[in-house]
Design a protein around this ligand. Sequence first.
Ligand SMILES: C[S@@+](CC[C@H](N)C(=O)[O-])C[C@H]1O[C@@H](n2cnc3c(N)ncnc32)[C@H](O)[C@@H]1O
Length: 322
Amino acid sequence: MTYLETAAKFYSEVAQTPQIGLCCVQTNSLQFPGLKIPVSMQEMNYGCGTTIHPAELVNQPTVLYVGVGGGLEALQFAYYSRYKSAVIAVEPVVAMREAAARNLEIAAIENSWFDNSFVEIREGDAFNLPVEDASVDVVAQNCLFNIFEPEDLTRALKEAYRVLKPGGRLQMSDPIATRAIPEHLQKDERLRAMCLSGALTYEKYIQHIIKVGFGQVEIRTRRPYRLLDARSYNLEENLLLESLDSVSFKVPIPEDGACVFTGKTAIYAGEQEIFDDSQGHILQKGVPAAVCDKTAAKLANLMPDKIIVTESTWHYSGGGCC
Ligand SMILES: C[S@@+](CC[C@H](N)C(=O)[O-])C[C@H]1O[C@@H](n2cnc3c(N)ncnc32)[C@H](O)[C@@H]1O
């Protein structure tokens, strides 16, 4: 059995017998006015963060959702895109497709605005998404890609890139590891399927995204997720996993490298009212300007005594200059 088959078997089990709290974090599922999340869907919340960013879901985007789970986020996306097949949810595990379909039927009874046809569940997997090239506005996945081994992660990211329209967004939530996970845990297929041992470090995770061509990555949230304690996991020291919510844009990679926004700002503290680096970055004296990490480093090196760069907040939601 391959590790992907082990994962499929595991998700078949937890589709039939929900494991409450399998992946979830200590925050409630996002609630919106008029949205009622069925209890059976709530019990199958197998995400480790959220891929729903309401401010960005204007204009009813088409969404391709990879790994439907109990259908919770498919329903939340449908809240913003209310038309037939607005959300295509791709899922390889039969029992999971059946569970999601059942949960969405209940959602249709409990939510007058929701029609079952808004979410179309299709058989398929992350490596063969059953849609045309450049056909969707958003691809989303929550707590799935972290279970893939690095080469498979690259395949899945390439596939997401393929199906996105130019300018489209890959909205992801995944565990990341605060240091490399030792091999004995990485090889444990069941722990990997449970989203506990496949996580990459932040740096490697971001590198994978950029390597397939995403020109801009924005970090929405980074927070503690699980502790792999030394005794239970046969480690020299405890190892903290974090969950990372990100949005990656299918835009060209600038010549000097991709823009990764982690919540840094640059503040000009010189003699002039305005600082202009002639590369498109204009800083008003004393006013923090959101900048990507690449620009933050450049500006800090340029005038260390006159430009202050603040730390990553790991909460960035747009509006900055590269
Ligand atoms: C950790 S669960 C997350 C479910 C859902 N995203 C959520 O937030 O509740 C992972 C999901 O991905 C599905 N899955 C497993 N292997 C997959 C693959 N190769 N391609 C796509 N989905 C897969 C599982 O069956 C399961 O539904």
